[in-house]
Design a protein around this ligand. Sequence first.
Ligand SMILES: *[C@@H]1O[C@H](CO)[C@@H](O)[C@H](O)[C@H]1NC(C)=O
Ligand SMILES: *[C@@H]1O[C@H](CO)[C@@H](O)[C@H](O)[C@H]1NC(C)=O
Ligand SMILES: *[C@@H]1O[C@H](CO)[C@@H](O)[C@H](O)[C@H]1NC(C)=O
Ligand SMILES: *[C@@H]1O[C@H](CO)[C@@H](O)[C@H](O)[C@H]1NC(C)=O
Ligand SMILES: *[C@@H]1O[C@H](CO)[C@@H](O)[C@H](O)[C@H]1NC(C)=O
Length: 763
Amino acid sequence: MASSLMLLQLLPFLCLHWLIFIASTSSNEIPKQPYIVYMGSSSKSNLIIQNGEDVEIAKLNHMQLLSSIIPSEESERLSLIHHYKHAFKGFSAILTDSEASALSGHDHVVSVFPDPVLQLHTTRSWDFLAAAAKPAKNTWFNHKYHKAASDIIIGVIDTGIWPESPSFNDQGMGEIPSRWKGVCMESPDFKKSHCNRKLIGARHYSRASTNKDNSGSSRDPLGHGTHTASTAAGTYVSNASYFGLAGGTARGGSPFSRIASYKVCKEGGCSGAAILQAIDDAIHDGVYIISISIGLSNSEADYMNGPIAIGALHAQQRGVVVICSAGNDGPYPFTVSNTAPWLFTVAASTIDRDFQSTVLLGNGKAIKTYPLAYGKAIAVNSTLLSEARSCRLGSIDPKKVAGKILVCIHTDPIDTRGRKIAGAENVEAQGLIFINDDEKIWPTERGILPYAEVGKVAGFRVIKYINSNKNPTATILPTVTIPRHRPAPVVAYFSSRGPGLPTENILKPDVAAPGVAVLAAIVPRPDRPGGIPAGEKPATYALRSGTSMACPHVTGAAAFIKSVRRKWTYSMIKSALMTTATVYDNTGTPLTNSSGNNANPHEMGAGEINPLKALNPGLVFKTTIKDYLRFLCYYGYSKKNIRSMTNTTFNCPKKSSAKLISNINYPSISKSKLDRQGAIRTVKKTVTNVGSPNATYISMVNAPSGLAVKVFPQKLTFVEGIIKLSFRASFFGKEASSGYNYGSITWSDDRHSVRMMFAVDVE
Ligand SMILES: *[C@@H]1O[C@H](CO)[C@@H](O)[C@H](O)[C@H]1NC(C)=O
Ligand SMILES: *[C@@H]1O[C@H](CO)[C@@H](O)[C@H](O)[C@H]1NC(C)=O
Ligand SMILES: *[C@@H]1O[C@H](CO)[C@@H](O)[C@H](O)[C@H]1NC(C)=O
Ligand SMILES: *[C@@H]1O[C@H](CO)[C@@H](O)[C@H](O)[C@H]1NC(C)=O
Ligand SMILES: *[C@@H]1O[C@H](CO)[C@@H](O)[C@H](O)[C@H]1NC(C)=O
């Protein structure tokens, strides 16, 4: 039983590699694989007037380029798998390495790179069932505001969507906004009628190597896309609950906004070429916010080879907001992904709800108990004891588990908790006690299997008890929800940390949002009868964890802000959410990480978003296309590439170096390599007044001792006609401790407080 489950888990990965293998060996010996050929900005300023004829011409040009490279006897490869044509130009195709490098030398080509496989930023758990409770966050609930959100269209690039979910019911929604130019793609299991005034569009893309296969569907087989879409903009669903447990009203962050689904992922990963195509289409379709809970794990190298970074650069040029997850590779530094400054990068935090189950060891009590079985003691013959100890699937003897409570020590990041719960259910265990690193404890999926997670100390007691008793037994009491749990929020253990790998001179992640045990819609799984109590229907709402879940909270918040502040641009919304974020938890003390230390900006960004406060930030930092162009110069791209990427005649400043990146008008400051013996380093920032016209702001610095931070001027006075003012912040690290020093500069008038985080690396 256990081994067949494992096979199922492996299958998707095998398929993927198998397809790549076919693609690379079909016609002759030279290996081939899908490549993305990125050719910069589209020259069209207006996407809507672009007609079929233009698209055909662009296609012809790209085909011509391809045929100049691919030998004529291999004409079967002369096809564009994906074709980027709206906001930017390019295509994906099957190429050899040498063809790819020949193309990259071509005049109109900016970059050529292998189609990467990106991962969903859901938890490391395989969580298919969960107990439910109240929706994540209710702070910005107000009908009046949300009505205005109905012409905001949110594009969710993910695993597709389950249209039957009550979260996508369109009752009470008005006409679809006229800016919508998208489609509802049909397939045998997804009819046009599955789209409505809430779910207004759905597209799906195949991975590059399987483009001949038209059997795709926009339907979500995994539940990830359904969960993220309903978190961002699911409508009100009263009494959403998991088998009657802890019911409440489920709703997304902007429940009246429209959803368009773009399916780019399958089990095993998401094609970068498909993501690019989806972003291009979403821009064309009239989406205002794109939500992407996907990223490259630990390997983000360069912006021009990153499909999300490339697509998002063009999106922001067209006024489209792109919000991304930071990744789940924490708590180690340099793990944050999606770090381009034009992306809005979201870390995950806990919410004020906890789940606890109590384990009672031993007999002598009236409650029914079950024998305990320690994984290590019931290993199959051929396995490593270390694997059995952590109950890796297939390593324990099913016959010896049946009817018992299984005890495992989680030391094995490859096999997730979710899989082990599923595995334990499969071998008919009566329960599972999971001994986990204290810090890794965060509530997650729960099937109907009694399940308890204990830290090392309690775990040691359990093991000691097993070792000292002939017939150890235990009982697991039902899990209870503990509302108003304190402290919360806490930065989630798994949330990826800054600084970013490509450059340390932009502070990432940007903000934190709820990403632990978030209740939202899922795809019901009737095929898992073991997980459904007798007489019940499969659950349609579930708790999931990951920065994947945090990202759509910010998406919903951004939609809400846009609906109230119609004239605000993307960077104003981002700045407002950053400078008003809270850095305190619900005990009134500084927000912490999961080991109880004060969280720093590499963990939580500017802090936990506070959408209501973000409506009135007082001042905003506007980051313009010029800032991004300068960023690209400072980062080291050539003028030629920057020009073709952005369709401008921009000239890089004479002095361009990575150090200057800190100077772009970003709402936070990061400085790497501040030489303690060196001169004072200064950054200049400009703020725009969006509050009442007459206002005086005073600056206040919060810096660790030893780091000298001066702000000049210390007072900013806005009057009618003067809405923009600049200030300088200088850093001097002679006495500072080595490594990163964190702090903030806050501008306050009597009504607002505008906090700008900084991280300065002193060496
Ligand atoms: C690109 O540049 C051309 C020529 O300068 C201009 O006509 C066109 O509007 C520009 N496109 C965009 C997207 O700005
Ligand atoms: C909510 O759900 C529970 C359990 O499914 C049910 O007993 C109850 O009647 C429902 N309440 C409402 C108001 O629908
Ligand atoms: C929490 O922060 C402290 C101090 O920065 C750090 O030493 C510790 O590793 C962090 N814990 C986690 C789980 O990130
Ligand atoms: C494992 O080994 C024991 C003793 O060496 C033997 O009795 C048992 O049949 C073996 N079990 C399996 C599943 O091979
Ligand atoms: C701002 O100050 C000017 C000059 O003192 C005054 O004329 C104007 O009415 C003030 N505006 C507001 C909105 O208070």
